[in-house]
Design a protein around this ligand. Sequence first.
Ligand code: ADP
Ligand code: MG
Length: 501
Amino acid sequence: MTTPELIDTRTPDPKNFIPGDDHDWEMVIGLEVHAQVSSQSKLFSGASTEFGREQNSNVSLVDAAMPGMLPVINEECVAQAVRTGLGLKAQINNKSVFDRKNYFYPDLPQGYQISQFKQPIVGEGTIIVRVGPDKKGNYEEVEIGVERLHLEQDAGKSLHDQHPTMSFVDLNRSGVALMEIVSKPDLRSSEEAKAYVTKLRTILRYLGTCDGNMEQGSLRADVNVSVRKPGGEFGTRCEIKNVNSIRFVGQAIEAEARRQIAILEDGGKIEQQTRLYDPLKGETRSMRSKEEAHDYRYFPDPDLLPLEFDDAYVEALKKDLPELPDDKRARLISEMGLSAYDASILVADKAVADFFEKVAEGRNGKQAANWVINDLLGALNKAGKSIDQTPVSADQLGTIVDLIKDDTISGKIAKDLFEIVWNEGGDPREIVEARGMAQVTDSGAIEAAVDAVIAANPDQVAKVLDKPSMIGWFVGQVMKSTGGKANPKAVNELLRKKIGL
Ligand code: ADP
Ligand code: MG
């Protein structure tokens, strides 16, 4: 690709500076994320994309590059790329071109990868990234530019550990559609880079265009790192290939920046290289230098026409786009009155957001948010479970919230009820009934408890007459003696009447 002009969009921020011998250093980071398109079949063939099938079972004649086989574009993959472009608020190119990127590798049967070079399907866009919290608990919002998104084929996989003297090739991935999403060099710290990948993954999952599963390789990042004097000219970058977890993205950047700074402070020069990150050693090592870089001899693939569609096609996809995380966050704040912090937590994971919205439907949003964040997510976190493994369903949690709302149970009893539902399952209403957990609303029973507490504490009664705010202590005593089942409001009223406040 004609290398895009590097433009510095950021004001240097001392919080990102790395102290050096003579002067501070600043990192510059740009990411190329490969995201596997969610689709039933491959980019140019009808073979399945299902993960985990037996080796070489998802392979059509096209994917195996049999002579005379011709690629046919999968319209769903095109739609997914356009949806993603729209989700990144990016320029959608009505005309794009597929090129051949020529190189030899045993897991690439065609001898070239079909990709997009000069004319990608999606141009410039943006991702809003939130970094933090800082020591004061504040989050910072930064806008990171997206250079382009293009469609390309994945390669197969060489298996070197199956036989002592032979390597095998698995072509199940061969021809699977990838979106390569290239950021501008707008990132200035490993924190920002991690937040960028996290946010991009969230957006892709909301859109349903990539499952974002890094363990299965559905999302992987090439990380470009350079260092410079703060606000100075861009330095020479090194590219760390195929980083497959968000944690490793952060570690690889830190390690690579340290390496580059050490070289520069020694009076050396950075050589443009492709490198690998070794998580065990915590360092990057060279794969190849610029001189060894491939000459891919890109040219338009003669088997494929340019990809063209009209505005109406894009508009139709736009109309059906789901609500995106930033919009959802804004809505939870403005319509449900949630704090920015709570809203951010809830929207970060689409599955959590969906769960929350089910609980909140027809109920008080803040109360639902409290239960989902503090109780449910807290318990899941403690148990090492994800939201789709939750033992308490949205319906069950919603019912617990209802039981508090209609004064059937107190907030304190609700915590016990939550634990019972978590451990044993069941309908919360029936559990409350069966185990006698309902608040005592029978005023006779409350009255007896109030009388008993007053009779047992004459000294305190004398004090509370002096200092009415002490009534809380009495309420606490009555709640204790009723096992938390008395209605605190009723207790309070009755106590005041009886003591004569
Ligand atoms: P290539 O395929 O040669 O790596 P791309 O243009 O696809 O080229 O990707 C280059 C990536 O490197 C982009 O994410 C870009 O933002 C980033 N980048 C370019 N220059 C620098 C630099 N000096 N420091 C850090 N990142 C850079
Ligand atoms: Mg690259």
